[in-house]
Design a protein around this ligand. Structure first.
Ligand code: TIU
Length: 219
């Protein structure tokens, strides 16, 4: 399958690819979560949900492997470095009780993936304590067992957890494609810059494409 992408076409091999959906959880997309407590307008992120949903449905129909991640810490915060918890001056810190339960804690209402993109049985769901999806998770092993060498990325936020995960993927030997209208940042200029830096220098980190380009190519 050839996907019209930048800086040049991406040859997708669905049998050896996975769709990786980064942190589309209530903490980042809905008011009252980690994103808002950091001072951000979370409504910006809601705009990508329909495009993400269309890709997820098409990917499932095509029989592709799906991976969902959540940025999540254990209730005892043993996997949350103090430097992360104490950084900045948020109104609520990781582990504090917020309107959607404890901020960024596994199992809390705010930590759930939004209903529109809810995982189905058989899909991989990973809790990740860091920004990158490979750090302190079994993701690399799971992908290797499944024979996956290409990753298609969606999710939030573009320059934080998505870009970090793409760079980690790069160093582990994966080709990575980022869907431009299926990722968003609280800072539009950071999204634009990330898309540019990913595909610069002949796809130094990976490719970018519209969701329409992927949907056209999928069976
Ligand atoms: N703050 C911000 O932009 N992002 C995060 O803290 N985590 C993710 O990107 N998932």
């Amino acid at each position: 399958m050839t996907i019209a992408a930048q800086p040049f076409a991406f040859e997708l091999d669905l049998a050896h690819a996975a769709l990786v959906i980064i942190d589309m959880q209530r903490d980042f997309v809905e008011p009252g979560g980690f994103g808002e407590t950091l001072g951000n307008d979370v409504s910006l992120l809601q705009a990508i949900v329909p495009a993400c949903q269309a890709v997820l449905h098409a990917w499932r129909r095509a029989g592709g492997l799906v991976v969902h991640t959540r940025e999540a810490h254990r209730p005892d915060l043993s996997d949350c470095p103090p430097a992360k918890r104490l950084r900045g001056q948020p109104s609520l810190r990781i582990g504090d009780e917020g309107p959607m339960g404890r901020i960024l804690i596994a199992g809390e209402p705010g930590n759930q993936i939004i209903d529109a993109l809810a995982p189905r049985p058989g899909e991989i769901v990973l809790d990740k304590p860091g920004k990158g999806a490979f750090y302190a998770t079994p993701l690399h092993n799971l992908l290797q067992q499944a024979g996956v060498v290409q990753l298609v990325f969606m999710g939030v936020t573009t320059e934080v957890c998505v870009q970090t995960s793409m760079r980690e993927a790069n160093d582990r030997g994966y080709d990575a494609l980022l869907l431009e209208d299926c990722t968003e940042s609280y800072f539009p200029q950071f999204k634009r810059a990330t898309l540019e830096m990913v595909r610069a220098q002949g796809a130094i980190v990976g490719w970018t494409a519209s969701s329409a380009a992927l949907l056209t190519a999928l069976p």
